[in-house]
Every structure is written in structure tokens, then in C-alpha cells.
Design a protein around this ligand. Structure first.
Ligand code: SF4
Ligand code: SF4
Length: 179
């Protein structure tokens, strides 16, 4: 099987530098509005702030994989004397909470690193974070060609499993009309 180069993009989060301004949510949701920049709804953002000013907790979390079921065991973290909620560090779009779900369709949201837009040197949330709490890094790795396709198939299967084929098809048809 042939190998291909895959670019791995990461955003390192320096929690100590985040002041909870939510600029990252604003730009991400505006970029993903349809048409682009026509509205700004944090619920459409692929990055969300866990925010408890009284406890001095500001934690940016990126939307990751879709999870079809809630997990039954959970973790609690205490870091530098601050206690974080059970789901705080989780990136999943899962049935136990409202985060990372498209408000109109209910479909799961996932950070797309701003759709690989070549016009952007860095993801938008990184550019808009004036406190340098979000640090963009990239590297290259060699992977089997099939692995890339596998990611897409796994995501599709889980969405069909959760929402049914008809809802997925309706949403795709609606989005392609808008695009
Ligand atoms: S833009 Fe930066 S400082 Fe503001 S909430 Fe987002 S991560 Fe925190
Ligand atoms: S990298 Fe882009 S898509 Fe991902 S959370 Fe930041 S602004 Fe949103």
C-alpha cells in the first residue's frame, strides 16, 4: 500500500493566557455562517469556552469527534487549585450536552481548521486571540493512503447511525442549494 504525506495541524492551548473574551467563538461562528460572516451565533462555533469567572476558570475547547452514546465513567480535574467539571476537557459532540451541535439541524460540529482555506496563514480563532492563548503548529507525517478515507467513512457511519440516512441526505441537499 502506498504512503502519502499528511499534514498534521494542532492548536496548543495555553489556558493561563485565556481571559474568556470569546473572540474565538465570534470569528468561528461568523466564518461558518451561511452565507459566510452573515451572522454570529456562538452555538455554531467549533470552539467553545468553559467559563466560570468567579472560579477564574476559562477553558477553550475544540469540537472533536462525534460520539453516539454518553460515556458512563467521567473524570474530574483539579489543576492549580481550580476544579473543572466532568465534561470540561471533552471534545466530543455527544448526547449528554448541547455543545458542538449545529443549532438548525442538530448535526454534530467538528473543528475543520477553517476548511484548509489557502488564504489563511493560520486558523481564524488563532488569529483573533489577542492574548496568544491559542498557538498554531503543523508537521508532516507519512500515512497509508487508505487511512485518510477511513476517517471520512467512520464519521459518516456514525452520523447515519445517529440521525438516519434521510436526515443526512436532506441536510446535504439543503447545504448544497445554499452553497
Ligand atoms: S480569543 Fe483567546 S483569550 Fe479570548 S476566549 Fe478565545 S482563547 Fe480565550
Ligand atoms: S480552527 Fe477554525 S474551524 Fe476550528 S475552531 Fe478555530 S476558527 Fe473554528
Amino acid at each position: 500500500m502506498s504512503k502519502v504525506k499528511k499534514k498534521i495541524k494542532t492548536i496548543k492551548i495555553d489556558v493561563d493566557k485565556c481571559n474568556g473574551c470569546r473572540a474565538c467563538e465570534v470569528i468561528c461562528s461568523a466564518f461558518h455562517a451561511n452565507p459566510k460572516y452573515s451572522s454570529n451565533n456562538p452555538e455554531r462555533s467549533r470552539i467553545r469556552l468553559i467559563r466560570h469567572p468567579i472560579k477564574d476558570v476559562y477553558l477553550p475547547v475544540y469540537a472533536g469527534e462525534y460520539a453516539g452514546a454518553e460515556c458512563t465513567g467521567r473524570d474530574k480535574y483539579v489543576i492549580d487549585g481550580k476544579e473543572y467539571g466532568e465534561c470540561s476537557f471533552c471534545r466530543a459532540s455527544c448526547p449528554s450536552r448541547d455543545a458542538f451541535k449545529e443549532p438548525d439541524s442538530g448535526l454534530p460540529l467538528k473543528c475543520d481548521m477553517c476548511e484548509d482555506d489557502p488564504a489563511q496563514e493560520k486558523p481564524l480563532c488563532v488569529q483573533w486571540c489577542l492574548n496568544d492563548a491559542l498557538i498554531y503548529e503543523e508537521r508532516e507525517e507519512e500515512v497509508e493512503e487508505e487511512e485518510k478515507l477511513g476517517d471520512v467513512e467512520t464519521g459518516l457511519e456514525s452520523m447515519v447511525d445517529k440521525y438516519g440516512m434521510q436526515k443526512i441526505m436532506d441536510t446535504v441537499a439543503r447545504l448544497s442549494k445554499k452553497g
